[in-house]
Design a protein around this ligand. Structure first.
Ligand SMILES: C[C@H](O)[C@@H](O)[C@@H](O)[C@H](O)C(=O)O
Ligand SMILES: [Mg+2]
Length: 454
C-alpha cells in the first residue's frame, strides 16, 4: 500500500474501462457447439485512489459485444468515483445494492445480462483494490474477515427463504475449526484442476490426442470435452479421448446449451458408455425445471448435471439448487455481481449440499476463481473432496501475476490482489480496435478493420 490510509487518500478519483480482445478464434481455441469462433476478451476496469493505488477487475466476453459491456460500465462509473474505498468496504452489501438497483439503469437489467457483467467488472476491481491496500491475496483477505464482516458484504435480498444472514454467520463460525491447518495444507498441496484444453470443438483428431497426452504427462486426471454438434462425431471423439486417457481418469462433457431437454437425455444415453461424470449446460441456462428433468433421467446412468457459467444471478442459482437441477454448481468469477454475490451462492450450495466446481478458462477466470475456491476450502466446506477447478491454458502470460498450476493443482497465490492486473504491453497490443496487434492483423487481412465500413 502506498502512503497512509486517510479518507482523502482513499477517495476513488477515476474509473477507466478498456475493451481488450485476443484473436483466439484463429486457432479455434475456446470453441464449442454454440460459440464456434470466440475471441477471448474482457471489459477491463481500473479504479484509482487519490493516492494512486489501483484496483483491476474484469468480466470475460467472447469478442463482439465487449463494447456494450464497456458502455454499461461507463453508465455506472459516477456511482463509484468520489466514494472512499474503506467506506465502500464497511458497507459493501449496501454499495453493491446501490450499483445493482440504480433506479433507472435497473430497468435494462435488473441483475442480469450486460448491466450485471458491468457490475461484476467494477466490483472485482474493488476487491482487487481492497486486497492490495491490505497487502494480501484476495483468498486471504476473505479468509481473514470475521464471519460477521464477510457476511456484511452480501446482499441477502431474495434469498432469505434459503439462507439468512444470521444462519450464514453461524455456518461460517462452525467451519472455523482447522482453518490454519487448511491454509498450510493449501500452500503445500494447492487445489486440484481439470482441463478443457484437450477438447475444443474446432480441434482436429491429431490435436486432441496430442493434447490428451500432454495433459496426462502434466499430471491431469480429469478431462472435459465439448459435444453437441453431431452425435457420430461426439462418439468418435470420445473414443479417441478414452483410448488415450484410459478408463481410470475422469471425463466430463459440455454441450454449451445446444439441446432441447428431451434431446439432451437421448443424446447423453448414447454417450453414457464413455463413463461421463457430468453433462454441462445441456440446455438453456435459464431452464431450471428442464435441467431438473435431465438430472433425474441421467442419474441412473451415473451422470450428473453441471451448470452455472451463464447463470445470471443468485436467485436463479437458488432455484437450480432447490430443484435438484444441478449436481455440480459452476460459479463463474466474472459473472453475477462479482465476489459479493458469488459468496451468497457458495453459502446456499453449502447449505443445500451441492458441490461447487467453478467455471474458468476465459480471460482472467482462472486467475480470479482460484481465490474463491480456496476460501471455500479454508472457511466454508473445509474439503476439496469431489471438487475441482477448471483450467485452460489461455492468455495467462498476459497477466502480471498469472495463475500457477503445477502437477494439475492450482498453487495458492501469494501476491496481493486478485491476480487481475494485465501487463501494460498486453493492453497496448490488444486493446480493441486500435491496439498494435489488431492493426497488424487488419493489414494481414486476418480480421476486418471495424473502423472502416464494409
Ligand atoms: C466460449 C467458451 O470458451 C466456453 O466454451 C467455455 O467457457 C466453456 O463453456 C467451459 O466450460 O470452459
Ligand atoms: Mg462450459
Amino acid at each position: 500500500m502506498s502512503g497512509t490510509m486517510t479518507t482523502e487518500n482513499l477517495r476513488i478519483v477515476s474509473l477507466d474501462v478498456k475493451d481488450i480482445r485476443f484473436p483466439t478464434s484463429l486457432g479455434a481455441h475456446g470453441s464449442d457447439a454454440m460459440h464456434t469462433d470466440p475471441d477471448y476478451s474482457c471489459a477491463y476496469v481500473t479504479v484509482k485512489t487519490a493516492k494512486g493505488d489501483e484496483g483491476h477487475g474484469l468480466t470475460f466476453t467472447c469478442g463482439r459485444g465487449t463494447e456494450i459491456v464497456v458502455a454499461a460500465v461507463k453508465s455506472l462509473r459516477n456511482m463509484v468515483i468520489g466514494q472512499t474505498a474503506f467506506e465502500i468496504f464497511k458497507d459493501f452489501a449496501g454499495f453493491w445494492r446501490s450499483l445493482t438497483s440504480e433506479t433507472q439503469i435497473r430497468w435494462v437489467g435488473p441483475e442480469k445480462g450486460v448491466t450485471h457483467l458491468a457490475v461484476a467488472a467494477i466490483v472485482n476491481s474493488l476487491w482487487d483494490l481492497w486486497a492490495k491496500l491490505l497487502n494480501k491475496p484476495v483468498w486471504l483477505l476473505l479468509a481473514d474477515l470475521e464471519p460477521e464482516q464477510l457476511v456484511s458484504t452480501i446482499d441477502f435480498r431474495y434469498i432469505t427463504d434459503v439462507i439468512t444472514k444470521e444462519e450464514a454467520i453461524e455456518i461460517l463460525k462452525k467451519a472455523r475449526e482447522g482453518k490454519e491447518e487448511r491454509i498450510q495444507d493449501l500452500f503445500v498441496h494447492g487445489y486440484p484442476a481439470y482441463t478443457t484444453q484437450v477438447g475444443w470443438l474446432g480441434y482436429s483428431n491429431e490435436q486432441i490426442i496430442e493434447l490428451c497426452q500432454r495433459y496426462l504427462d502434466l499430471g491431469f486426471t480429469f478431462f472435459k470435452l465439448k459435444v453437441g454438434n453431431d452425435l457420430k462425431d461426439d462418439i468418435r471423439r470420445l473414443e479417441l479421448v478414452r483410448n488415450t486417457i484410459g478408463w481410470d481418469n475422469t471425463l466430463a462433457v459440455d454441450a454449451n446449451q445446444v439441446w432441447e431437454v428431451n434431446e439432451a437425455i437421448e443424446w447423453m444415453k448414447e454417450l453414457a458408455r464413455f463413463k461421463i461424470t457430468w453433462i454441462e449446460e445441456p440446455t438453456s441456462p435459464d431452464d431450471i425445471l428442464g435441467h431438473a428433468t435431465i438430472a433425474k433421467a441421467l442419474k441412473p446412468l451415473g451422470i450428473g448435471v453441471a451448470t452455472g457459467e451463464m447463470c445470471c444471478n443468485r436467485v436463479m442459482f437458488k432455484q437450480f439448487l432447490q430443484a435438484d437441477a444441478m449436481q455440480y454448481c459452476q460459479i463463474d468469477s466474472a459473472r453475477i455481481g462479482g465476489i459479493n454475490e458469488i459468496l451468497s451462492v457458495y453459502l446456499m450450495a453449502h447449505k443445500l449440499g451441492v458441490k461447487i466446481c467453478p467455471h474458468a478458462g476465459g480471460i482472467g477466470l482462472c486467475e480470479m476463481v482460484q481465490h474463491l475456491q480456496m476460501w471455500d476450502y479454508i472457511c466454508l466446506s473445509g474439503t476439496r473432496e469431489g471438487r475441482v477447478i477448471e483450467y485452460v491454458d489461455q492468455q495467462h502470460d498476459q497477466f502480471v501475476n498469472p495463475t500457477i498450476v503445477d502437477k494439475a493443482c492450482y498453487q495458492a497465490p501469494r501476491v496481493a490482489g486478485y491476480n487481475t492486473t494485465l501487463k501494460q504491453e498486453a493492453i497496448e497490443k490488444y486493446e480493441y480496435p486500435n491496439g498494435s496487434e489488431w492493426e497488424s492483423m487488419y493489414q494481414k487481412g486476418l480480421f476486418h478493420d471495424p473502423r472502416k465500413l464494409y
